[in-house]
Design a protein around this ligand. Structure first.
Ligand code: NAD
Ligand code: DAU
Length: 353
């Protein structure tokens, strides 16, 4: 019998696959059940190295299907949930907000309600860990202090509004029903297996294909970057040692303007592919800004550092190097996820550039 039975939702996506890999490897006495609908962003190949592990089980399914989730919680005697499944891309939320309300809001509510019914007030040893984002806090000016856990929510995109709403439901289940919950709000992740709709892998892929690199607006928007394996470690830390009812910010302490990031990626790709420095700078193309584009995100992660001892380990230089190397070594992965639906999306977003 397993020591614990953990449900990870969205485990076939970018961050989820790193969390599954970490939990399966570090906790051989746990059974890890990955529930994923396998949308365009979910890919079983992200977990090819894990799929045969005896403590790992994959279940294809939708978090919005509450009856099936109830059956799954019962069948696997789930006592902990790490909830990552979501629609995650801001640009897609601008073209199809309903998809975000459905999965991020209703899906989270259906998961909470399934857990409430299944756990039925027997909350000892149980935990619902909700993975959220710094975008719920809105946007910062250049000199504002970074977001803390007490910053008021002020989301601007349909994506961040849906994540903020899901956070409120999680807190409501804690406050109303006494369900042990924790929320983590993390900054921008990057690393292997990130779908090439997001800035960094899109940039790498476009350099490799000599396609234009679309920089929104002036390129002066600032993000706080965190290597994905550091995020997975933070989730492990909070899941095991976080205080129920609390939320924790997670960040890289590594703010960069988008244009600086793009130039850093170009430098790394050109160097690792043996091109002369600056070869791909001509691909930088300023395009129309994203609607409602938040200017700056920055995270104060001192609560997590002071109370639970987590700090990022991978510097931006090291993380970018590892990331670019991974995409160079795994071009078949990128080719497979950029065929079909991706190209239709890309054409609609960026036209023939
Ligand atoms: P992703 O888009 O790469 O993966 C999402 C996964 O969820 C996919 O495997 C998809 O198939 C699955 N999924 C989507 N809808 C589902 C449904 N209805 N039922 C079951 N599975 C479903 O996302 P990501 O970037 O890995 O983000 C994971 C989580 O982390 C999200 O909740 C996101 O809001 C949050 N987050 C992401 C970042 C980031 O920088 N990427 C930062 C902070 C927080
Ligand atoms: O902050 C955490 C969030 O980070 C997560 O909650 C989201 O799930 C995740 O997608 C990410 O959101 P962003 O919108 O910040 O990430 P994205 O990679 O889409 O964009 C990063 C920045 O780069 C942003 O300011 C928009 C800009 N950008 C993006 C793309 C795709 C461009 O300039 N050009 C592009 O083509």
């Amino acid at each position: 019998m397993a020591e614990r039975n953990i449900l990870i939702t969205g485990g076939a996506g970018f961050i989820g696959s790193h969390v599954v890999r970490l939990f399966v490897g570090r906790y051989p006495s746990y059974r890890i059940v990955n529930l994923d609908k396998l949308t365009y962003a979910g890919n079983p190949a992200n977990l090819a190295d894990v799929e045969r592990c005896p403590n790992y089980t994959f279940v294809k399914g939708d978090i919005c299907d509450m009856e099936s989730v109830c059956d799954l919680l019962l069948r696997y005697e789930i006592d902990g949930i790490v909830h990552l499944a979501a629609e995650s891309h801001v640009d897609r939320s601008i073209t199809d907000p309903f998809a975000f309300a459905r999965t991020n809001v209703m899906g989270t509510l259906s998961l909470l309600e399934a857990a409430r019914r299944q756990w039925d007030g027997r909350y000892d040893g149980k935990l619902f860990h909700h993975i959220s984002t710094d975008e719920v806090y809105g946007t910062l000016g250049p000199d504002d202090t970074p977001f803390s856990e007490t910053t008021a929510y002020d989301p601007h995109s349909p994506y961040s509004a849906s994540k903020a709403s899901s956070d409120h439901f999680v807190r409501a289940y804690h406050d109303t029903f006494g369900m042990p919950t924790v929320i983590t709000n993390c900054s921008n992740n990057y690393g292997p297996y990130q779908f090439p709709e997001k800035l960094i892998p899109l940039c790498i892929n476009n350099i490799l294909h000599r396609r234009a690199i679309p920089v929104y607006g002036s390129g002066d928007n600032v993000r706080d970057w965190l290597y994905v394996e550091d995020h997975a470690r933070a989730i492990d830390t909070v899941f095991h040692r976080g205080c129920p009812g609390e939320s924790y910010n997670i960040g890289g302490g590594c703010e960069r303007r988008n244009i600086e990031m793009v130039k850093g990626i170009i430098e790394t790709v050109d160097r690792l592919t043996g091109k002369a420095p600056g070869t791909s700078l001509d691909l930088i193309t300023y395009v129309a800004d994203r609607k409602g584009h938040d200017l700056r995100y920055a995270i104060n992660a001192s609560k997590l550092a002071d109370e639970l001892g987590w700090r990022p380990k991978v510097s931006l230089d090291e993380g970018l190097e590892r990331t670019v190397r991974w995409y160079l070594d795994n071009r078949a992965w990128t080719d497979s996820v950029t065929s079909g639906e991706y190209m239709r999306y890309y054409e609609a977003m960026y036209g023939g550039r």
